[in-house]
Design a protein around this ligand. Structure first.
Ligand SMILES: *[C@@H]1O[C@H](CO)[C@@H](O)[C@H](O)[C@H]1NC(C)=O
Ligand SMILES: *[C@@H]1O[C@H](CO)[C@@H](O)[C@H](O)[C@H]1NC(C)=O
Length: 88
């Protein structure tokens, strides 16, 4: 009776790994992380300064780039006193 080269739990673990990881590699789907800092910022346009809600200092907010099947994790931090809603 020989000693197996790997502990017996290694094979199910490798099998699970291939089930979980390999289909994701085949599809090329990834998780994309974004952070949105929502702030009030003074913006001057045509000699008028007004306070605007911006995302990462931009209005309209930054572009999100993703491919079909990707997972998006977007952390939104609201630095403004009012409640906000975000649409895209
Ligand atoms: C915007 O400008 C006003 C008036 O000058 C000022 O009181 C306010 O602090 C400014 N806000 C920001 C976010 O810079
Ligand atoms: C913001 O939303 C929370 C939860 O819905 C609510 O309790 C709170 O009163 C709201 N604040 C303002 C300033 O509207």
């Amino acid at each position: 009776m020989g000693v197996p080269p790997f502990p017996s739990f290694a094979f199910p673990a490798l099998f699970l790994f291939s089930l979980i990881i390999i289909p994701q590699l085949a599809q090329g789907s990834i998780t994309r992380h974004y952070r949105f800092d929502v702030k009030l910022q003074n913006v001057t346009r045509l000699c008028h300064t007004k306070s605007m809600v911006t995302v990462n200092g931009q209005f309209p907010g930054p572009r999100i780039i993703a491919r079909e099947g990707d997972r998006l994790l977007i952390k939104v931090v609201n630095h403004v006193q009012n409640n906000i809603s975000i649409h895209w």
